[in-house]
Design a protein around this ligand. Structure first.
Ligand code: FE
Length: 195
């Protein structure tokens, strides 16, 4: 979101609150819904499809925007989405060092920490330390790639499909995929299946 838009939104919220038309809690609830439910469920559907459909995975990695639109997800802040895949050798982490660019059609609105100056600076400078704080422990030989989102290109991480999930259907797989895993600050685990 541009600073200008953010300021306008804040001004609008302040005005509506002052007039008693809405309260801050109600707005927080709506934002939280977009942050945690609506958006990330779309991304999780993309991930689950890629895990179960090799041809789709190929299309997704070749042209993220188009493959994501196949599932009906498109719109503002999603003009160009590049999907980067986690493998045993590579772990991907997404940041916007400049502001808070984020792929809205698949992840909704960015969480507050994503917009924080600390995350924006440290994700680039010391990605392994940041990942550790989020609870992601990587072996030393795993390469960490940091992707700087911008107004032009926004990134989505395709997490690794967890061990033990071979028998799960697409809906069960989708339920395993968190927003954080698609930013790269978490991995996907299957409670019944070890790693
Ligand atoms: Fe940005």
């Amino acid at each position: 979101m541009s600073d200008d838009l953010a300021i306008r939104a804040e001004a609008l919220e302040a005005l509506l609150t002052e007039r008693g038309l809405v309260n801050a809690e109600a707005i927080d609830a709506v934002v939280s819904h977009f942050e945690n439910d609506l958006g990330p469920l779309n991304g999780a559907q993309v991930v689950a499809r890629a895990w179960t459909d090799p041809a789709y995975r190929k299309r997704l990695l070749a042209d993220g925007t188009r493959a994501i639109a196949e599932l009906g997800f498109e719109g503002p802040q999603g003009d160009k989405i590049v999907v980067v895949e986690n493998t045993p050798e590579v772990h991907n982490l997404v940041v916007c060092t400049l502001c808070s660019c984020y792929p809205w059609p698949v992840l909704g609105l960015p969480p507050a920490w994503y917009k924080s100056p600390a995350y924006r600076a440290r994700a680039v400078r010391e990605p392994r330390a940041v990942l550790q704080e989020f609870g992601v422990e990587l072996a030393d030989d795993v390469e960490v790639r940091v992707w700087d989102s911008s107004a032009e290109i926004r990134y989505l991480v395709l997490p690794a499909r967890p061990a033990g999930s071979e028998d799960l259907g697409i809906e069960a797989l989708r339920a395993l995929v968190s927003r954080d895993a698609m930013i790269g600050v978490a991995t996907v685990t299957h409670p019944g299946g070890g790693a």
